[in-house]
Design a protein around this ligand. Sequence first.
Ligand code: AMP
Length: 462
Amino acid sequence: MQTSTPVQPNHALTFEALHLAAPILRAIHDAGYDKPTPIQAQAIPLVLQGGDLLAGAQTGTGKTAGFTLPILHLLSQATSKTQTKGRPRCLMLTPTRELAAQIEESVKTYGKYLPLTSMVVFGGVNINPQINRLGKTIDILVATPGRLLDLANQKAIDLSGVEILVLDEADRMLDMGFIHDIKKVLAQLPKQRQNLLFSATFSDEIKRLADQLLTKPGFIEVARRNTASELVEQTVHLVKQAHKSALVSYLIKQNAWEQVLIFTRTKHGANRLAERLIKDGIPAAAIHGNKSQGARTKALADFKDGKIPVLVATDIAARGLDIDQLPQVVNFELPNVPEDYVHRIGRTGRAGSSGAAISLVDFEETKYLKDIEKLIKREIPKVHVEGFEPPTKQEVEPPRPPRPAQGKPRKPMPAQGKSNHGNKPNATSAPNSSARPNANQAKPKPTGFASKANHHNGQRGK
Ligand code: AMP
């Protein structure tokens, strides 16, 4: 991937020093921002110069303002002579509905003193109101790729006037299989335009996309706000899959957690866990791709407002949501991609203070655990809750069949015995005696979650 000379970090101390238009500075002031974040300090001057940009930054770094503020400035400086209905000047593509809605909200917030118009389109909702709205002029369109293509195919939108293209969370868009849709969208854009590509990771696929899309881009990369090795206290509970929901219930009640994001590997798993927690008297909601947009928005709002203490999410649903800086994250299952673990636990920790991430690990998952520990370059401490003993070696490795009589062929050993990579559970002293949660021991005292409104100081509400 060819990039222009590395950009010298410009640690501008104020937004004024970045030469943004006065109405934008006013809106920033209203938002209560004191100074640009590192990604903003670097991205804003580059975008204002009109060049292409490749930026490595994840949600929570302030990247949305990093591209939105200079785009608003550029669009407000040069009014288009060819502004017609349904023909946006800037297109921001992003993978999820939630992220699209959040970005457009930011566009409105930062552009509130400018005469620019914006709109968001995403799937899962009726297309007709979107078609109607596209009958008016729009400066900035925020979209998810699938719905944008639908609208373009129906000729409800004209992409030939796009002066600036943003691909936000490009890595996740590729993960979600949007590459073909993105290519179809790109084919409808004018050749002459400014391109900004944001991605949390730089896989070969992202590099290929960047090569095709960007011309001599400026390159910036900012560190994750939290890294796994720094602020987040991490622990592992070795526990059987079948006992995990009971353990989660127990931990939430025992520790009186008021705001916890729980990751599950599947949508069904998310639903099942949320239902189980509700049965246990813990208000919870699940958020994933099969939920209606209304249900997802409500669950997120209730979680942010402290009305429900527990949000259960799949990786994709949680990706891009502005719900970081949480005190507590639980991995109900370990992700099989170790980088996802780092993404997940990066949600915890408030500015300057620490968060905690607990992973519930069944024996089947020890390989994933090893991979994660290799990635973060350290072993995660194993903790043990009374009544939730890890599976014993005996349970994991069924007893060997009796030795066959001499002369008869031997049966092969069961395959799962091989999955024990030496990571023995730490309570094997009484084989087969105590792998079942002991309901009496584990029974926590109930706590009054529903009555607790949670207003964290460090929580940025939106
Ligand atoms: P983002 O990474 O774009 O999702 O932004 C994460 C959060 O940071 C959002 O809630 C923004 O409102 C907030 N934010 C963005 N820029 C700043 C800033 N310069 N100072 C304080 N907060 C900011």
